[in-house]
Design a protein around this ligand. Structure first.
Ligand code: DNO
Length: 357
């Protein structure tokens, strides 16, 4: 497994590459061209410059998170082929630059959704949390304000202000779109991009929906084992795979994460590993990575990844905000570095146990 951290780019992310470089066991970063809107083509020169910058800092780009999908592709609008063509151009630029992993999501309108970005825990750390009861009382058009209220002025991944000003229009685009239509549109998109992925060996890794159930009446399909298996079978190509995000899938306590890992053997191309604490049905908060702090058994999760031969990039996911760090919410250095060290330690023990060391 290749240990990585998400990095949002110079001038955007207060966590710099030289700091990430000092995290023990770090292999590379997961990054993106943060300022390119979904649907636009990526410029190969910009990709090359980004790669150079990361390599000069002593690491590699282990993958892109995300190349976002334009809503016309998700909704199957009349102009989707134009955006698919642009996506293919982007994949070519990545392939030519030697980047072979792309994380993306197929969530309608909203990406990951939380009701509080800074819930205070007993130890004073703050974490992301979600309460369905609160969501049920929120006007979806106000959701952007809710999510950015405690964002310290940072733009959040998936909550870009230019998208949110079009919120009414976005909701209209999705009216009449149900789960089956979303699946069909995803299949159409993946089938169209597979040839370029095969040519460059690019692994597409869809991110599960977070939380793993419909929000504001919008359908969500990447929510459970059955649907993830449907995804990999409907376009049965090794380039069509999954980002195993433990925190997203485990928002639903019925999702058995080690079981899902085993069932997706060979098709997990990227892993986001973090813990979640279930408080009540539809109510959870993000815990420290440590098993004892949340509801997930992180040892069993790391063991399942190891047993299924997962050897791709893995990153700790959202961290708690601790020690007064000012950062993009969820993406401070402190708690993610602790999380990564913990996961690395679990892995060392798993491997040594297996080999009788
Ligand atoms: C949130 C992230 C998501 C994820 C996208 C992938 O912090 O996990 O925004 O990057 O859903 O496309």
């Amino acid at each position: 497994m290749k240990m990585t951290m998400r990095w949002f780019g110079t001038g955007i992310d207060p966590v710099t590459l030289d700091k990430i470089r000092q995290v023990p066991g770090i292999y590379g970063v997961i990054t993106t061209l943060y300022n390119v809107p979904a649907g636009d083509k990526w410029n190969i020169e910009e990709v090359r410059a980004l790669k150079k910058e990361v390599e000069e800092a002593g690491m590699v780009i282990a993958g892109i998170e995300s190349v976002n999908i334009h809503d016309s592709i998700k909704t199957g609008a009349g102009d989707r082929d134009k955006y698919i063509k642009n996506y293919i151009t982007t994949l070519k630029a990545l392939g030519e630059t030697g980047i072979d992993l792309v994380c993306y999501n197929f969530m309608p309108v909203f990406d990951w959704t939380r009701t509080d970005l800074a819930k205070v825990r007993p130890d004073g750390a703050t974490v992301f949390s979600y309460s369905q009861k609160i969501i049920d009382k929120i006007d979806p058009e106000k959701m952007f304000d809710v999510i950015t209220e405690k964002a310290d002025g940072y733009a959040l991944p998936g909550w870009e202000p230019e998208r949110m000003v079009k919120i009414k229009e976005l909701f209209q685009m999705y009216s009449g779109i149900d789960e089956e239509t979303l699946f069909a549109n995803l299949k159409y998109f993946l089938s169209a991009i597979m040839p370029v992925c095969e040519k460059y060996g690019i692994k597409m890794a869809i991110h599960p929906d977070d939380p793993a159930w419909p929000v504001f009446g919008l359908p969500r399909i990447m929510t459970c084992k059955e649907n993830l298996l449907r995804l990999i079978k409907m376009v049965d190509n090794p380039c069509n795979g999954v980002t195993l995000c433990t925190g997203s899938l485990a928002t639903n306590p019925d999702n058995d994460i080690p079981g899902i890992i085993h069932s997706l053997k060979g098709r997990i191309h990227f892993a986001h590993v973090r813990n979640v604490k279930h408080n009540a049905p539809g109510d959870f908060e993000e815990a420290a990575h440590l098993s004892a702090d949340g509801s997930l058994d992180m040892y069993k999760i790391m063991k399942a990844l190891w047993e299924t031969g997962f050897n791709g990039p893995l990153r700790p996911d959202h961290g708690r905000n601790i020690w007064g760090e000012v950062s993009i919410p969820g993406y401070g250095l402190n708690d993610r570095a602790i999380g990564l060290s913990y996961l690395t330690g679990l892995l060392e023990a798993i491997i040594k146990n297996e080999h009788g060391a």
